[in-house]
Write a protein that binds this ligand. Structure first.
Ligand SMILES: [Zn+2]
Length: 128
């Protein structure tokens, strides 16, 4: 590389130009920007998870409610309904904070609210 003040060659690793004594700014000579990762491959893999579901495979609301009442703090009813991330949150909150009573109660109330509010599964298919 060259000194940006006197244009004399500067060896790598030094902080001052040996010819003129100016501080050498290595950042100005930073490596070329790395080419951005193509988003095409990640999009293609995401499509593999989308699976069509026919109408007669819709989940039962009764089962959803029963699972929510008895296993709601573990998020089981949301796993059943295909709302995996929501169920995972409830499961993790219970596992990591369930030692205290209040978070446990909060997740249980959350699952009861789920039961009352949600009438479709994660794909938007209505419960039977
Ligand atoms: Zn110089």
């Amino acid at each position: 590389m060259k000194c940006e003040y006197c244009d004399n060659p500067v060896p790598n690793g030094v902080t001052r130009c040996p010819s003129c004594g100016a501080a050498v700014n290595f950042q100005a000579y930073g490596e070329a920007p790395t080419s951005p990762v193509s988003p095409v491959s990640s999009q293609a893999s995401g499509m593999a998870f989308v699976q069509p579901r026919s109408e007669n495979q819709s989940r039962s609301r009764i089962v959803y409610i029963l699972l929510g009442v008895f296993f709601g703090i573990l998020g089981i009813h949301n796993f059943y309904a295909g709302r995996t991330y929501r169920g995972l949150w409830q499961l993790l909150i219970t596992l990591f904070t369930g030692w205290f009573l209040l978070p446990l109660l909060a997740v249980w109330v959350w699952s009861i609210v789920d039961i009352c509010v949600i009438s479709t599964d994660g794909d938007g298919t209505k419960f039977k």
